[in-house]
Ligand binder design. Sequence first.
Ligand SMILES: Nc1ncnc2c1ncn2[C@@H]1O[C@H](COP(=O)(O)OP(=O)(O)OP(=O)(O)O)[C@@H](O)[C@H]1O
Ligand SMILES: [Mg+2]
Length: 346
Amino acid sequence: MFFQRYFKFMSHDMAIDLGTANTVVYVRGRGIVLNEPSVVAIETINGVKRVRAVGDDAKLMMGKTPGSIEAIRPLRDGVIADIDVAEQMIKHFIQKVHGPRRFPRWPEIVICVPSGSTSVERRAIRDAASNAGASQVWLIEEPMAAAIGAGMPVTEPIGSMVVDIGGGTTEVAVLSLRGLAYTTSVRVGGDKMDEAIGSYVRRNHNLLIGEATAERIKQEVGVAKMPADGKGETIHIKGRDLVNGVPKEITITQAQIAEALTEPVSAIVEGVRIALENTAPELAADIVDQGIVLTGGGALLTGIDEVLREATGLPVSIADDPLTCVALGTGRALEDPVFRGVLQTA
Ligand SMILES: Nc1ncnc2c1ncn2[C@@H]1O[C@H](COP(=O)(O)OP(=O)(O)OP(=O)(O)O)[C@@H](O)[C@H]1O
Ligand SMILES: [Mg+2]
């Protein structure tokens, strides 16, 4: 009895949200213990590749690496672009959470996978976690994890809609009775927004900016909707002049950012519209009462909730902590037997 309790206490069972932008790790009984960018810096010396940095350290290198180092995002557009690097990243994060000590019991791991991943990729992810020491690996679909994390009534016969706006994809799902009644995935998320900002300043101001700069602009002053005064705040952006090649700074307004983001934002609205059109009437009726819940980092884009509210006429709310919501839901699925039914073996 004592040992049983001791082992439970020492448990390193974990839940991992393997996102295209961020990986978040939750440990049973401890909650979220790690939240880092899904980036790996690979160094090649004399033709031999070696992991130089992972996570926060690797993201700092993005766009600034010398020829011998490459900062890679192994997951892109909601799919696994480089399975070998993804495997190294998973192992690195698991070991980081485990610490250098050895534990009396191998952990059980639940991994939330991008819904666009194929069965071959899912098996590869499962194998990576097994190789890193997991005794049992479960997989969970991202919209289900997001809905559990947001505290939606997924186990009840009540329809609810979750819209997870991640880095690579936006997943729209209608859930009821532990299952996905309808799901659709749009390959538009934070990355496409960054690209849209980048190409806007290139086209209109002849200024070349990096991915990291575009993301920073989006997070700091990005808006999904035209500001009420038609202008909003003014922003200074530094980059390289496309014409004469020298560094320069320009000034743009939030209204211009809103214009730049029109396309990705409309694609998200369109995804939600399609999901609503395909929802069974009884479930649709529930959504009118329950409203739509937004999760994922993209939910933090100022005004995105308002745009969706105007487009659908439904109540729209943002989950408490959109960036960790999926990991929290994955963690609850690991901890609470009520959710066991939503876990898949591969
Ligand atoms: N304040 C903000 N405003 C707009 N976007 C934001 C904000 N904060 C974070 N983001 C964006 O959210 C995205 C990351 O969200 P999240 O961590 O949910 O994605 P992910 O789970 O890794 O991706 P996916 O679910 O597609 O695999 C990034 O594109 C990031 O730039
Ligand atoms: Mg995600």
